[in-house]
Design a protein around this ligand. Structure first.
Ligand SMILES: Nc1nc2c(ncn2[C@@H]2O[C@H](COP(=O)(O)OP(=O)(O)OP(=O)(O)O)[C@@H](O)[C@H]2O)c(=O)[nH]1
Length: 401
């Protein structure tokens, strides 16, 4: 082999080596320069406007690293710390909270018409004999008032009708109203604990079984709070149902409220709740509302998980309000659910949804009695502003309309 041939062989080997190295390098780089494949670090600034930044999302985690709590899991959670990504959604102005029950009263009247009308018709008879009292009892039981309250009401009315001897329909109606209002208990404190503490937000947890309307209620309640001029942040700890977090974020976007959620299906709900409260503290909001997964009360693991969500939140804040959402159309079943939930978390208020679709308005009384907890809000439709603060007298008036 002469010198020229040797040089050619060395040159071919050199080209082959350089080519292989170049191909390996190109294969290793999956994304173009400047593109993030993971969440940004706390002190890693997002690029300035106009600067090309690849495909990363401007959902920056809170400044401090997650607290080293022993049982706080490390699921990655998205935290929207500003509304820059939400500009395309037109922000709506929620309807004022004042006078909502009056506005939605027609829905209650429509669904519970038979109850009031039936009772008044029976009570206005010339002769109220045993059969009539039995019918009154049956009507009240059918409206899910519950056995004990029904007996109380019937006994009280019997006594009054006997003593007064009045058949005047207006007088009878007034007596019935008074007795019903007594049962619904206007003395209960139905205010929501949503006032910010000196150094941290109020925290509201929303719990209940699948499909009762939890996510919808959190969305509607966010609107109520925005209408009251509060800064709100939502936590999508319902990681059980895939679409729930998106559904919640959409509710939030409509009124300019950010949502903390995880991208990971089935992520640890306690972790999302923790991050939501943390973001709420960092961003100095007034209220953090945490939506949780629909838990079947017979699934012990899921119920334990709910207790854990609460405990993990309590590592950095107090849970000021635990709202149990119940579907009014499920009647006595709702009562059983309520009892199981109250054993795991201290329920501070009931939200009774779908009262627009049932004649069983009496469930309000039955639930309050069995739990000793007030109904604070009622859902009267699928519309965004169809959630009203519960008022005993307005409710009874609607039943007797
Ligand atoms: N008519 C009526 N429908 C309601 C009311 N509140 C909620 N809904 C409907 O009930 C359905 C279930 O609501 P969701 O908020 O998804 O229920 P959820 O409890 O979050 O369900 P999971 O996430 O599966 O646990 C939806 O179609 C709501 O529009 C109400 O007050 N009246």
């Amino acid at each position: 082999m002469n010198d020229v041939t040797l040089i050619i062989v060395y040159a071919v080997i050199a080209i082959a080596v350089v080519g292989t190295v170049a191909i390996l390098l190109l294969k290793g780089r999956k994304t173009p320069p400047g593109t993030y494949t993971t969440t940004r670090d706390a002190n890693d600034q997002a690029p300035a406007a106009g600067q090309t930044a690849g495909t990363d999302v401007l959902e920056t985690p809170p400044a401090a690293p997650p607290a080293p709590e022993k049982d706080v899991p490390s699921t990655e959670v998205e935290v929207a710390d500003d509304l820059s990504g939400l500009e395309t959604v037109p922000v709506e102005t929620p309807a004022p909270v004042q006078g909502r029950l009056a506005r939605l009263r027609a829905r209650l009247v429509k669904s519970n018409n038979a109850l009031g009308k039936g009772l008044l018709a029976l009570l206005s008879r010339d002769d109220i004999d045993e059969d009539v009292w039995d019918e009154i009892e049956e009507t009240l039981l059918l409206a899910d008032l519950g056995t004990e309250p029904t007996m109380e009401l019937v006994d009280a009315l019997r006594d009054r009708v006997k003593v007064e001897g009045s058949r005047d329909p207006e007088r009878v109606k007034a007596m019935l109203r008074e007795e019903l209002v007594k049962l619904v208990d206007p003395g209960m404190d139905r205010s929501l604990a949503v006032d910010r503490h000196a150094d941290r937000p109020a925290v509201v947890m929303v719990v209940g079984v699948n499909g009762v309307g939890k996510t919808t209620t959190v969305g509607k309640l966010a609107r109520v709070l925005v209408a009251e001029d509060k800064d709100v942040l939502l936590g999508a700890a319902d990681t059980f149902r895939a679409a729930a977090a998106e559904q919640l974020a959409t509710w939030g976007q409509r009124v300019g409220v950010p949502t903390v959620k995880s991208d990971v299906d089935g992520a640890d709900p306690a972790s999302v709740a923790f991050e939501a409260v943390k973001a709420g503290i960092d961003q100095e909001v007034d209220v953090v509302m945490v939506d949780t997964a629909g838990r079947l009360q017979n699934k012990v693991g899921l119920m334990d998980e709910l207790g854990k969500v609460k405990r993990v939140i309590e590592k950095q804040a107090t849970v000021d309000e635990v709202l149990l959402v119940l579907d009014a159309t499920t009647g006595q079943n709702g009562l059983n659910q309520a009892k199981v939930f109250s054993e795991v978390v201290d329920i501070t208020g009931i939200v009774l949804t779908k009262l627009d679709g049932t004649a069983k308005g009496g469930i309000v009384v039955a639930i309050q009695r069995s739990l000793g907890v007030p109904v604070k809000l009622i859902g009267l439709g699928e519309g965004a502003d169809d959630l009203a603060p519960f008022e005993a007298e307005g409710f009874v008036d609607a039943l007797l309309n």
